[in-house]
Each structure stands twice: as C-alpha cells, then as structure tokens.
Write a protein that binds this ligand. Structure first.
Ligand code: SAH
Ligand code: SF4
Ligand code: F3S
Length: 464
C-alpha cells in the first residue's frame, strides 16, 4: 500500500524523442519522489509539469513551444481556481537553447539539460523561492552545465514497488553522449562527450531491476556499443558487459540500442554467438547506401564495410534480425545516391527501419553545406524508401508463420481473453490466453500476421 501524504504533489512528465529520454523521465520522477512528488496521468491536476524534449529534427523542437502555449492556458485556468502549476523544460532542446526558451516562453520556471537531472530538487527549491520573491516577474532557473560529478551516483534508484509498477521490461542507460559528430546530428552538442557508467554501477542497477521482477533489460546509449565502463581500473566493452549481465539469475532477455557500425567489435559479435540471453535483433543504422553521402555525413565507413559487418554478425548469429535508420535528402544526394540506399536496403533485408527526411540543424556542419534537396524530392524518396521497408517488414513477419517462438507475455491483450508480448525479434505477438500467462516466456506457435504484429497460439509453458 502506498502512503498518501497530505502534502503530496502531482508530477506530470511529457516525454519526446528517444528511449534515453524515456529512461531519463523515470529517473527524474525517482529524484522527485523523496520530495513528495508522485506521478499523475492527468496533466490538469499536475503541480509540476516537465517537458522532456528532443532536438533531433526541426519539427521535434518546435513541438515544445506549441506545448508551452497550451500549458500557459492550463496554468491560467488553475490559477483562476486558486491553484498553480510549475513548468520545467528538460532534455535536448533545453540543453541546446537554454536561456532562449525562458525568453520565448516566460511561463517556464526551469530550463535544464540532461546532465543536470540529479540537481532537480535543488532547482525546484530555487524556482519556488523565485516565485515567492518575484511573483509577477520571476526569472527562470537555468542549468545547462555539464557537471564534473557523476550524475548517476547522485540520482536515486527507484523503490522496488515503483519498479514493479513499471513492468517486466526496463531500460538501463549505460552510456551517454557521442563523440562521432555525424555532420547532420545535434546529439554530440546536446548530450556532450561519450561517458560510460562503471560496470559495478550497471550491474547493481540491473540486479535491482531483476529483484523487482524485470525479465528483460534494454541497455541504452546514444552510442551504446561504444560503451567502455571502468571495472576496477580496467576498461570493459559492451560485449564483456553482456557476459557479466548474463550471470544475473532471473534476467531472461538482454537488448541494447543504439549502435554505430564502427563500434561493433569482435567481442560483441562473439557475445551474440555465445549468449542466449542476448536477443537476435540489432538496430544498426547505416543512414545511406552511397559512399559519397556516407563520407559527407562523416559516418566513417563505406557501404561495403557495412555489408561485410552484417555478414560477420549473421555468421555469429544466423537468425539475427536487423533494423536501421535512414536519412533521405541529405545535401547533395543525387538520384544515384538514393538508388544506392534502396540497394543496400534490398541487400540487407531489414525486419524494420526508421526513415527521416533530412532536417537542417543549426550548429551542425551539415547546415553549412550547399545543394540542399527540395521538399518534393525528399517526400518522393521517403515514400519510395518506406514502401520498400514496409514490404520487407511484412515479408519478415510472414516468414515467422509456422514457427514456434519464445514470447515474453507482458500484458493483457486488446480483446478480453487475449494477452500480448514480444518475440525475440521485438515483434508484438497477440494470442488467446489468461492473464496468468503474464510474466513469463511461453512457447508460442505463430499462426498469422496482422498489420504490425503476429498472431500466436500457446504451445506449452517453459519450466521456470
Ligand atoms: N545515436 C543514434 C541515434 C541518433 S538519432 C545513432 O547514432 O544512430 C536517431 C536517428 O535520427 C539517426 O539515426 C538519424 O537517422 C536521424 N537523424 C539524426 N539527425 C537527423 C537530421 N538532422 N535530420 C533527419 N534525421 C536525423
Ligand atoms: Fe548522432 Fe552520429 Fe552520434 Fe548517432 S553516431 S548520435 S547519428 S552523431
Ligand atoms: Fe532527441 Fe536528444 Fe534523444 S535530440 S533523439 S532526445 S538524445
């Protein structure tokens, strides 16, 4: 039973962008819990609203300002009824634009970047003091420094009850930041240089998750396979970390995302060969199939090198399903460059892929390149690329029909009498069955497909 204190305040966090933001939002909630904040799903009831933002493409950034406009109206309504609402902007837009956000949207009380989350309770106290001192012309508290201290050392881990509520699968950030500087990308600027968490810290967090009932952990990093965590003075890569995590009894599945082809080393590939716990699904973005575009993007590998890497991975783990990211319309992309991208997609055969129109980001080298591609061409290329990828996804789902796959049953299904879960290849699977199946991996025969998922039939329960 959770204790409800008289002074409990309600917290609403809206999360944009990548999975690392999802993880960060939970950790911000954990940091505020000891200070009397509990999550609410009703934004209108919130005493504190945090927007955890994404700066990756122009549209993603602009969403923040339209949301702040809506929040201002909500705050006015709350005040008219004698209440109030504080508003904070976190994440990558906050890191990139800092002070500018407070200037454009005076409704904001706090602006702080991803490296400042452990200081959130302090910032909140300062922001509250500001409001009391200067009710009519408060100044926002801004914190976009990259601190020297280890953020994760100072962020509290969630209580066991909280982790139980969050479910059977969990994210665990092991690495932050990026040193790759792809010419289109803001991440090295918003998240800073690559930093890896020490091995002992990662193992302790993973054990805590498993003790609370988590069966599947997805390790996260902007460049997760560049992980090089300290282990008593020795540097440990992601491959070795996977072997160490595999020793945790009760942990049944391990995934990681997102990886860079340059950091896919022999040890990690060997881990895929050796460890059943490491799921055969790999998100390995290539962005383009054209060598001249890859060079202009500063990806630091060729299309042929990527293909050789895929072959090595498939030799180690023949059933590996691949996923990728693609950008169409990078400056200078010719028809032939785009055809090369379609070719690499055809050659690899993706289980799924994300694709985006190139979006010029201020401050990145790509923004200064000539020969920007027009919107009509970008749209047409995106459409053709997505058509090809959709066909591949459909074919991949169809290839699973008739097979029996282990499915981690996670939740009740959309229809009564159904449950849902995920295959090793991250496909959603629905099947008839009672809620007693939830929480374990069951053998499920795949009998059909629907648009974005598989339909299954229970074979037998795996002995615990
Ligand atoms: N760290 C990861 C993910 C980065 S962002 C990686 O290296 O793959 C996720 C995806 O967004 C990228 O893979 C890329 O395809 C896309 N992206 C990044 N910047 C972009 C931009 N300026 N315009 C369009 N897409 C972009
Ligand atoms: Fe961005 Fe490239 Fe770093 Fe990925 S590897 S986060 S795309 S700079
Ligand atoms: Fe977006 Fe920042 Fe993630 S820019 S994709 S929230 S690292």
């Amino acid at each position: 039973m959770t204790e409800t204190r008289a002074n409990t305040k309600k917290l609403f966090i809206k999360t944009y962008g990548c999975q690392m933001n999802v993880y960060d939002s939970d950790r911000m909630g954990d940091a505020l819990a000891p200070h009397g904040y509990e999550p609410t799903l009703d934004i209108a009831q919130a005493d504190l609203v945090l927007l955890n933002t994404c700066h990756i493409r122009e549209k993603a950034s602009e969403k923040v300002f339209s949301e702040l406009g809506r929040l201002k109206e909500l705050q006015t309504e709350r005040r008219a009824m004698g209440g109030d609402m504080m508003i904070g902007v976190a994440g990558c837009v906050a890191q990139a634009e800092g002070e500018e956000i407070a200037r454009r949207a005076p409704v904001v009380d706090m602006v702080f970047g991803p490296q400042a989350y452990h200081r959130l309770p302090d910032m909140l106290a300062k922001a509250e003091a500001q409001r009391q001192l200067h009710p009519s012309m408060k100044r926002a508290v801004i914190d976009t420094d990259f601190p020297e201290e280890d953020k994760f050392e100072h962020l509290p881990l969630p209580k066991k009850e909280v982790t139980i509520k969050r479910g059977l699968t969990a994210f665990l950030t092991v690495q932050e930041g990026c040193d790759k500087f792809c010419s289109f990308c803001v991440v090295p600027y918003t998240r800073g240089a690559e930093v890896s968490r020490p091995v002992a810290q990662v193992l302790a967090e993973a054990r805590g998750l498993v003790e609370a009932g988590v069966k599947e952990i997805t390790l996260l990093g902007q460049n997760v396979n560049a992980y090089h965590g300290d282990d008593k003075g020795r540097s440990v890569g992601l491959g070795e970390l996977a072997y160490r995590l595999a020793e945790i009894s009760g942990l049944e599945r391990l995934r990681y995302t997102t990886s860079h082809p340059r950091d896919m080393d022999d040890a990690l590939i060997a881990a895929h060969r050796d460890l059943d716990i490491l799921m055969p699904y790999l998100h390995l973005p290539v962005q383009s199939g054209s060598d001249s575009i890859l060079k202009a993007m500063n990806r630091r590998h060729t299309a042929a090198e990527y293909m050789t890497l895929i072959e090595r991975i498939k030799t180690a783990r023949p059933d590996m399903a691949l996923s990728g990211d693609f950008i169409v319309g990078f400056p200078g992309e010719s028809d032939q460059d785009f055809e090369d991208t379609l070719r690499i997609i055809a050659d690899v055969g993706y289980a799924s892929a994300y694709s985006f129109k190139y979006s010029t980001r201020p401050g990145t080298p790509g923004a200064n390149l000539g020969d920007q591609i027009g919107e009509v061409v970008k749209n047409e290329r995106l459409w053709r690329l997505q058509e090809l990828v959709n066909k591949q996804t459909t074919a991949f789902h169809a290839s699973c029909v008739g097979k029996t796959l282990p499915v981690l049953i996670e939740r009740p299904g959309r229809m009564p009498g159904q449950v849902g879960g995920r295959s090793p290849y991250l496909q959603a699977v629905h099947l008839n069955g009672g809620t007693e199946l939830i929480g374990a991996i069951h053998q499920v025969e795949i009998v059909g497909t629907s648009t974005n998922s598989l339909v299954g039939q229970l074979r037998q329960a795996v002995a615990a």
